[in-house]
Design a protein around this ligand. Structure first.
Ligand code: ADP
Length: 320
């Protein structure tokens, strides 16, 4: 059988949560097009509320899309929902531990749930791969947080899915455990498993992922190999407090500007292309008198800003 070029393909994906008594309808996905190359470690990044969980829940069959198409491992989720679901394992955000089971039992139950025949179960192998052999027969409540998380990865893998999805796997996990978890994830990837993970730690994505998509307000702002994306990260901000507070960010030739609080504004520039001196020169050329000036390192926010700059779609997607 030919392997698909893409582990996941979404086209024109929309999701609107209907209005309830207490809240208006909410468009969470606003035409998502995304292709996850087979064999990649794919980072899905975005601020809270961007639509990451909605996207993952649609893949996992937990949320119904409003429109659009999704193929997982070449299986359309509308046409072959069961086959599509069988192709992914999802590690949810919350640590939902089965306190009454041991890790071994927990994996057996999960395999049963997926209809994996006893002869094809890989419980011992998974326990070993996730470093849980010593704790195979301990009660789950006796496991540390990191062990519980590894157990959840193992549970997501009982049916040997070619695609593993991790939703914020390291939120609240300390550095040491994070490293451990990453090495397991990398190991799985080396074995050919395509990994999709959501995170809002840019650093984490940078280190682990070979492809990154940034989602903002229900849309994919960018999706490209990490190396390509990082070349966009040569952005620096200079925050300028002028003598005379401004009400709108002044236009500066060759620079992007943005209003900040208190009559200040920021100017962003690319380190490869210009310098603070050039920013200062441009400010002087505009006749602006500067009271205070400070530089900022870029963060994910800046990448969003630079990628959504001047884009009317960066408004509220529910507004149109
Ligand atoms: P993320 O995972 O990136 O934080 P979500 O997919 O959870 O984003 O949320 C996207 C948007 O959809 C948010 O505005 C959120 O409030 C809204 N949303 C998420 N789940 C529901 C739901 N079950 N009902 C109504 N609105 C929801």
């Amino acid at each position: 059988m030919d392997l698909p070029a893409y582990a996941i393909e979404a086209e024109g994906l929309f999701k609107t949560y209907p209005a309830t008594k207490t809240s208006p309808e909410k468009r969470a996905l606003n035409g998502v097009d995304l292709k996850v190359p087979r064999g990649s470690i794919f980072g899905l990044l975005g601020p809270n509320g961007a639509g990451k969980s909605t996207f993952i829940n649609i893949l996992a069959g937990l949320t119904r899309k409003s429109s659009g198409t999704v193929r997982i491992w070449d299986r359309d989720i509308d046409v072959r929902p069961r086959d599509a679901r069988a192709a992914i394992g999802v590690v949810p955000q919350e640590l939902a531990a089965d306190v009454f089971f041991t890790p071994r039992e927990s994996l057996e139950v999960q395999a049963g749930f997926y209809g994996v025949p006893k002869s094809e179960r890989r419980t011992d192998e998974l326990l070993r791969a996730l470093g849980l052999t010593d704790k195979a027969n301990a009660y789950v409540r006796q496991l540390s947080g990191g062990m519980k998380r590894r157990l959840m990865v193992a549970k997501a893998m009982v049916h040997q899915p070619p695609v593993l999805i991790l939703d914020e796997p390291t939120a609240g996990v300390d550095v040491e455990l994070r490293r451990q978890l990453w090495s397991y994830v990398k190991g799985l990837n080396d074995l050919g498993v395509t990994i999709v993970l959501t995170t809002h730690y840019l650093e984490e994505a940078q280190e682990l992922c070979d492809h990154i998509a940034i989602v903002n307000r229900g849309e994919v702002v960018v999706s490209e190999p990490t190396a390509t994306l990082l070349r966009r990260l040569d952005i620096r901000n200079v925050v300028v407090t002028p003598e005379e507070p401004v009400l709108s960010a002044p236009l500066l030739a060759g620079f992007e500007t943005k209003l900040r609080g208190g009559g200040a504004f920021s100017v962003s520039y690319r380190t490869g292309q210009s310098s603070v001196e050039q920013v200062l020169a441009a400010l002087r050329a505009e006749g602006l008198h500067i009271k205070d000036i400070a530089t900022e390192d870029p963060d994910l926010e800046d990448v969003f800003l630079s990628l959504t700059y001047g884009d009317p779609a960066a408004g509220d997607p529910t507004r149109d």
